[in-house]
Design a protein around this ligand. Sequence first.
Ligand SMILES: Cc1ncc(COP(=O)(O)O)c(C=O)c1O
Length: 458
Amino acid sequence: MRVCWSAGGRLSVPVRALARSGRGVPVDRVLTLVAVTVYLDHAATTPVRPEVAARYAQELTRVGNPSSLHSAGRDARRRLEEAREQLAAAVGAEPAEVIFTSGGTEADNLALKGGYWARRTADAALRTVAVSSVEHHAVLEAAEWLGTHESADVRRLRVGGDGVLDLAHAEEVLGRGGVAVVSVMWVNNETGAVQPVREVAALAHAAGVPVHSDAVQAVGHVPVDFAGSGLDAMSLSGHKLGAPVGTGALVARRSFGLEPVEHGGGQERGVRSGTLAVAGACALALAVESAVAEQAAEATRLRRLRDRLVAAVVATLDGVTLTGPAIDVPGGDDARRHPGIAHLTVEGADADALLLGLDMAGIAASSGSACHAGVQEASHVLLAMGRDAERARSALRFSLGRTTTDADVDAVVSALPAVVENARRAHATRRSSRAASSGRTGGGHTPLASAGSSGGQV
Ligand SMILES: Cc1ncc(COP(=O)(O)O)c(C=O)c1O
């Protein structure tokens, strides 16, 4: 089945209709149904940009391994290096600092594990890995793995009730010494909170510690200048900004020591092996360049849509509040937010029921946190912000993007009251049946998806 995007972000789903004529002759027709899907999950993945799809398709018709010496190989190498320059220029880095990866997860693992091993090899006393407590699992699990398998001492850096890093705690941890590497994400994928990465870099450098940032939700959404940030390394992912899934990069200063995580031909700076994906690199570089070029104007457009959505929902629904740094209120700091992420807490409702209800209304949204075997987990981000487990399961994330329009916001505003009412009713029923069968524990959450769904944080 072909699924394509129409202007305005609606899914156009051509379906093969196997109709039969009156005389029983099969008529194989292709009908185009325009489903009323409103896609507001751009932080999970966003459509490939048309110019990027065209560039990618063009590259797929070419042959040549950039490591080969013949002219096809040399030509592939030239295109790859041009992509490296294009990407570097867009994010304020040097071409030699770009290490192409398969995405954000790989880049995060390389930075955390590779950075830790390089530092510990240089000085066996450097065993602490400091990460913010609201990191994506790609960073958290990499750090925890180092704790379990490499005797690392993992320190989680605290955040405040708004999800923004507690700099005093970071300073305290860095001041204790023995820190191999520190990692603080640029923008949180659930709440949209922008972290003070420049301040963290300054603190880390004062303590002689290299600093990495997961900038997967930042590049193309907020201004990102690698050189000006003071960071030693940052991760980015193609499918969050209009390139295909499976593309990404770790941007790392030459001075940031890295040991390889996987071993092979050592194609990328000797630290990342595997035949170089020229088509993916070209698509990624173009997507980053386009997204960065449009970032300021797009942020202004999305902020207006996001603020309209939040204002309308909060005004009409009791017990629905915006999570994270305030917007458009006295003292609110909009520079501390991703322009397209609206993260709401819906008192007395479970995320899975809300998402299912929205889906039935043709609206794709997310809770932003992991879902395992179809059951919504309490978000570790919200728990770190001081929420109790129940409120940490009441999250609803609308993430707006390039295809989002006013009509999408209107659709949410009109559908949400009924969805919330139903979800609250289901929650109350579940609570009372749990209370009635006191003693029995576990369960109680409606599976979000059918059997066979797997976990994953978006
Ligand atoms: C903040 C953050 N980091 C890392 C990742 C993982 O990136 P990828 O899907 O490219 O592996 C994601 C994806 O959801 C993310 O939001």
